[in-house]
Design a protein around this ligand. Structure first.
Ligand SMILES: O=P(O)(O)O[C@@H]1C[C@H](O)[C@@H](CO)O1
Length: 315
């Protein structure tokens, strides 16, 4: 397998790691990492392949303002045909590697007229529509060493990190384009019909996308602290008189326009993380586990092969 030893040479240092998942067109967040070491997903056993334009398909390790980071340059979506276990597989790998805090980002369409393309919505909560219908990555035998059978999801977006992010927004002079809101995940890959958009709006959804919620469910299950943000890339069409129609290229273009701001925001947030204060489950020993048979036998990963631990962890 591929040695991930650069990441975990010092377990003490690695306990302070932060993981970042880049949304559509937001892969440039990884460019901010120094001392990079990158692996293509296709080289990592157990990782699905990224098939979506704007998702490079690389796992990038490095440092951000002195903190060890691992960054998914490209995520996996249910609509690509991956099982939810596969789409969230990297989150469990992060946990096993000793990651403490997960930053999830996505591109999303706004239902709320006050949210405009280019705005940044800090996730206060989510509605996991596939999850409500039983499409949940936690379905199947519970993996007790990751977390409980019935995990709470209230408070899954850390209030302290949300507050810090808003403060940083003020410092960076972008507070007027930042707000908190509720993200809803739908299955995609089609964008919403007008009736669906109206329904989401009535339900109190601020922004809609096709990812993130399953990752956050799995991260919360295993005690990771989570911060999430949506880059609003388009307005969701809610009127039969509106001739506009969203497309993926427009989504990516807004990402390019906001690249610098998002990078600055994430870098500053990472620099302020008080990582060892996370009160999630004890992570001691995560790196000294051998091959997690339960993950494989329950089909939760299908191919996770963390061979030996310590500085020899490989996937
Ligand atoms: O990976 P994210 O959730 O940022 O991607 C969004 C949802 C679809 O994958 C794509 C549509 O343009 O952007």
């Amino acid at each position: 397998g591929i040695s991930l030893s650069p990441l975990i040479d010092s377990q003490d240092e690695y306990q302070k790691a932060v993981a970042i998942i880049c949304g559509s067109g937001l892969g440039m967040l990884a460019d901010a990492l120094s001392n990079q070491d990158a692996f293509k997903y296709s080289e990592i056993p157990g990782f699905p392949h990224s098939t979506v334009q704007g998702h490079a398909g690389r796992l990038v390790f490095g440092e951000l303002r002195g903190k060890t980071c691992v960054c998914m340059q490209g995520r996996f979506h249910m609509y690509e045909g991956h099982s939810l276990c596969k789409t969230t597989f990297p989150v469990r790998v992060f946990k096993l590697l000793g990651v403490d805090t997960l930053i999830v980002t996505n591109a999303a369409g706004s239902l709320d007229d006050s949210l405009r393309p280019g705005d940044i919505m800090i996730l206060k909560d989510h509605i996991n529509f596939p999850g409500l219908c039983g499409l949940n990555p936690l379905c199947g035998p519970n993996l007790d060493r990751f977390g409980p059978r019935f995990p709470a999801m209230s408070g899954c977006y850390d209030a302290g990190l949300r507050r810090i992010a808003m403060e940083i927004g003020k410092q960076l002079g972008v507070a007027e384009v930042m707000t908190e809101g509720v993200y809803a995940m739908v299955g995609g890959p089609n964008f919403e019909s007008i009736a669906e958009a109206r329904l989401l709006h009535r339900l109190g959804v601020d922004a809609v996308g096709m990812s993130t919620a399953p990752e956050v469910v799995v991260a919360t299950h295993c005690g990771l602290r989570v911060f999430g943000l949506s880059l609003i890339t388009n307005k969701v069409v809610k009127s039969y008189d509106d001739p506009e129609a969203v497309d993926h290229e427009a989504v990516l273009a807004v990402g390019r326009r906001r690249a610098q701001t998002l990078q600055s925001l994430v870098m500053e947030l990472v620099s302020r993380l008080d990582i060892n204060n996370n009160t999630g489950p004890d992570q001691e020993g995560a790196l000294t586990e051998t091959c997690p048979d339960d993950l494989i036998s329950t089909g939760h990963t299908e191919a996770l092969q963390l061979s030996e631990a310590g500085s020899d962890v490989s996937v």
